[in-house]
Design a protein around this ligand. Structure first.
Ligand SMILES: [Zn+2]
Length: 347
């Protein structure tokens, strides 16, 4: 049975081509015809080299004479191959094989890219995502994280209404200076024997201050400094950055799909990150620096925040190595306090 390909025939050494047909016969021979009648050459089909299938690129058949036959109909070439050369590697099987090779190459590339990403790109990516997380997602994170915190670690405040009003008044001073404006934050006062003297900032602008931290103050501006530090964490989206760093893959999936249940699920790991103060030293310093600038602008001495940090250190850890908490670790507390006091002397 005769099969036929339509295409372009480039005689050896010639740059012009002729519209042509390549016919194969059942005996395994082939012939190239131009104008349907002029036989340009003839030979054994197995001696024809056939280029691999690459997308929609025309196939090139290298003829034994050195001439080329080009064909746009990839499927017809494959049919011809499976008929005359069923084991030919440039046919269907090789396509499968090359797609496997491609798949393995893709996996290898992904692993390499993933490793590079993990070593160099995670903090950058986490920051990039955090800065672009929409407010609605902040709200889901805030709500779900608070639900976990309230259910497990926090209790209603035992402070009097008068004291709570006093704290809210201090908070209002901090909130007014925040990037989100006064209504962009809210303060919840909670008691927590578990987490002790502590303050947390959630992505939606919710800030939590514990009775235990309030009890440690010797000056209201110390609490102002703590709250200012927390609003800075909100403004710089530090909690999201830390969360995304800890769970970069689910973060990307959640944000790309925008699936609220994925986001809510991720939110459940946020309390752990916040309470262990998994914030990096860099992020803490950033929040301290922001707080110091604003405190000075409104006429409050950042040294008060330094006092509070050192007192927290003493009360919570004594001379011992400090467990992770709001204040971080001992050397960090000392250098943070020194930096805050240094800010006082800055012009
Ligand atoms: Zn902090």
């Amino acid at each position: 049975m005769t099969s036929e390909l339509s295409g372009r025939y480039f005689p050896a050494g010639a740059s012009r081509f002729h519209a042509a047909k390549l016919r194969t016969e059942i005996d395994g021979s082939f012939a190239v015809l131009t104008d349907d009648i002029t036989e340009r050459e003839r030979g054994a089909f197995p001696a024809v080299g056939i280029s691999s299938r690459l997308g929609n690129l025309p196939r090139r058949l290298s003829l034994p004479s050195g001439a080329l036959f080009e064909c746009d109909d990839n499927d017809a070439v494959d049919r011809l191959l499976s008929k005359h050369r069923p084991k030919d590697r440039s046919g269907y099987i090789s396509r499968l094989e090359s797609s496997w090779r491609l798949a393995i190459a893709a996996i290898v590339m992904t692993v390499i890219a993933g490793a590079g990403f993990a070593f160099f790109g995670v903090p950058y990516t986490a920051d990039f995502l955090a800065q672009r997380t929409p407010r609605e997602v902040d709200d889901i994170f805030g709500r779900e994280a608070l639900r976990t915190l309230d259910g497990v670690f926090l209790q209603p405040s035992a402070l009097s209404e008068a004291e709570q009003a006093q704290i809210q008044a201090i908070f209002a001073r901090a909130a007014r200076e925040g990037a989100r404006g006064e209504d962009g934050y809210r303060l919840l006062v909670r008691s927590s024997p578990i987490i002790g003297p502590n303050a947390l900032a959630l992505p939606d602008g919710t800030i939590i201050l514990t009775d235990e931290l309030w009890a440690l103050r010797e000056h209201d501006d110390e609490v102002l400094g703590v709250l200012m530090h927390e609003t800075a964490h909100v403004d710089r989206r530090h909690s999201l950055q830390s969360l995304y760093q800890a769970a970069i893959v689910p973060a990307v999936i959640a944000l790309v799909t925008g699936d609220p249940t994925q986001i809510a699920q991720m939110a459940t790991i946020l309390p752990g990150i916040l309470m262990q103060s998994a914030y990096s030293r860099g992020l803490e310093q950033e929040a301290d620096d922001d707080a110091a600038v604003i405190l000075q602008r409104i006429g409050s001495d950042p040294a008060h925040l330094a006092d509070m940090l050192e007192r927290l250190q003493r009360e919570v850890c004594g001379e011992e190595e400090c467990a992770p908490s709001w204040i971080g670790t001992h050397p960090e507390t000392a250098s943070r306090a020194a930096r805050l006091r240094g800010a006082t002397q800055a012009p």
